[in-house]
Design a protein around this ligand. Structure first.
Ligand code: FAD
Length: 305
């Protein structure tokens, strides 16, 4: 008798990206954001990691506070560029010891002056393998829940990659190394996500690929992001934002464009939505409000109604 394939979840996954605060005042603001986002009961929140490792303590401190003081489940970003195997193994071990059960394995980037030392690992897929090795050494401690390992995916060619097809091969290699899921780099066109999903599935990638979206509320941020991530900005959107009569109108246009993008990705089969918050909750909540995602009932309330 064949076992019936499990039905898809009745609601999409919801998650947010946060970055470790750079000052005491930024920390106060971040905690307001965290509390506001916590009310929406996301499935996880991700915490970025500076590729130079300079924010290691702030990142680990934030992960610890999220675990100790909130109901949120943190996903720790980790980069391997410029780091030794010993350093990374010890950090993965520390994250597991502190209760982290999700790690996003990334390569990171050399700064422009290429000042980071030559690391032991060249690609993110090798970091995935390393995390799995450390995890295996801790199996007895992880009987109540192993580590979910995520990776980055790109809807358009990664700036260093020869082609989009090469990126799909890289994603397949990350899956083979043990990745459980992927989150995409920001993107502007709905067709880019659907093309990634279609091409990846055809190539044998079957892990969930969660689209990462940003609230399109600031032209400057869009420009900076497209520069950093090496993606072409949506010029029509930029024009509409620039031509808006006032800030409120600009915000409405930007939020609606983000919601349209997220809806299109969900219609294409996205398993959830990951919102890059830039540590600000207002725009993320506006997006969520208009997205009108179905969410699971709050724990403890489902039986009593
Ligand atoms: P890789 O998968 O290693 O790919 C890097 C390049 O190498 C690509 O061009 C790829 O095509 C090529 N490549 C990979 N494997 C092979 C192979 N076997 N043979 C030949 N070529 C190969 N950066 C941070 O510093 N901190 C963060 O917290 C952070 N968070 C991120 C979160 C998300 C969701 C995303 C999408 C990106 C994030 N980044 C972060 C940025 C990321 O580090 C950069 O995009 C980086 O340039 C590539 O990282 P990667 O993990 O995709 O690397």
């Amino acid at each position: 008798m064949s076992v019936p394939y499990p039905p898809p979840p009745s609601y999409p996954a919801l998650s947010y990206e946060l970055f470790p605060p750079r000052s005491t005042s930024a920390e106060v603001g971040l905690w307001k954001t965290i509390r506001a986002l916590e009310d929406t009961r996301p499935d996880f929140v991700s915490v970025t990691y500076g590729a130079s490792g300079s924010n290691r303590d702030t990142a680990v401190g934030l992960l610890e506070r999220l675990l100790d003081e909130t109901t949120l489940k943190p996903l720790a970003h980790l980069t391997c560029v410029g780091n030794s195997l010993a350093y990374l193994s010890e950090l993965v071990d520390e994250l597991i010891s502190r209760g982290v059960r999700g790690i996003l394995a990334l390569r990171g980037d050399q700064p422009q002056d290429r000042s980071l030392p030559e690391g032991d690992l060249q690609f993110a897929s090798e970091l995935v393998e390393l995390i799995r090795r450390v995890e295996r050494s801790r199996t007895a401690h992880l009987c109540a829940g192993k580590v979910a390992v995520g990776v980055a995916a790109y809807t358009t060619r990664h700036p260093e990659s020869p082609s989009f097809e090469h990126d799909i091969e890289v994603l397949l290699a990350k899956q083979a190394a043990g990745a459980d899921f992927a989150i995409t780099q920001v993107f502007f066109a709905p067709t880019h996500y659907s093309r990634l999903l279609r091409t990846a599935r055809r190539a044998g990638v079957d892990i969930p690929i969660i689209p990462g979206v940003i609230p399109f509320t600031s032209v400057r941020r869009l420009e900076r992001l497209s520069e950093l991530a090496g993606i072409d900005i949506d010029t029509q959107l930029r024009e509409r934002l620039m031509n808006a009569g006032n800030d409120a109108q600009r915000r409405r246009i930007g939020i609606q464009a983000t919601v349209d993008l997220a809806h299109a990705a969900l219609d294409d089969g996205a398993p959830g939505i990951h919102i890059y918050t830039f540590n600000e909750h207002a725009a993320a909540l506006d997006v969520l409000d208009r997205l009108d995602l179905s969410r699971p009932p709050a724990p403890g309330l489902s039986q009593s109604a």
